[in-house]
Design a protein around this ligand. Structure first.
Ligand code: SF4
Ligand code: SF4
Length: 85
């Protein structure tokens, strides 16, 4: 399951550089996560790095993008392959 940034985001910019998949970007009002790039950090870290650093705890799981651990691993391998091309 990808994660999502809620409107409690204070635009502190701390999470964006921590994402191993470059899934986080500055949106129009707050930071946003591209669900196609977020693997919950599977393949890189044991825990979601954005959640670890966010000072206001505004990054829950995105219920609209449910994925199993297996699907997250598949996404990770797909992203790695794309990065190698
Ligand atoms: Fe990036 Fe990991 Fe946060 Fe997903 S959980 S947005 S991959 S830092
Ligand atoms: Fe927003 Fe949290 Fe990211 Fe800061 S760390 S930009 S508050 S989501």
């Amino acid at each position: 399951m990808a994660l999502i940034i809620t409107e409690e985001c204070i635009n502190c910019d701390v999470c964006e550089p921590e994402c191993p998949n470059e899934a986080i970007y500055a949106g129009v009002e707050i930071y946003e996560i591209n669900p196609n790039l977020c693997t919950e950090c599977v393949g890189h870290f044991d825990t979601p790095q954005c959640v670890e650093v966010c000072p206001v705890e505004c990054i829950p799981k995105d219920q609209d993008h449910e994925e199993t651990e297996e699907q997250l691993w598949k996404k990770y391998h797909k992203l790695i392959r794309a990065a190698e091309v």
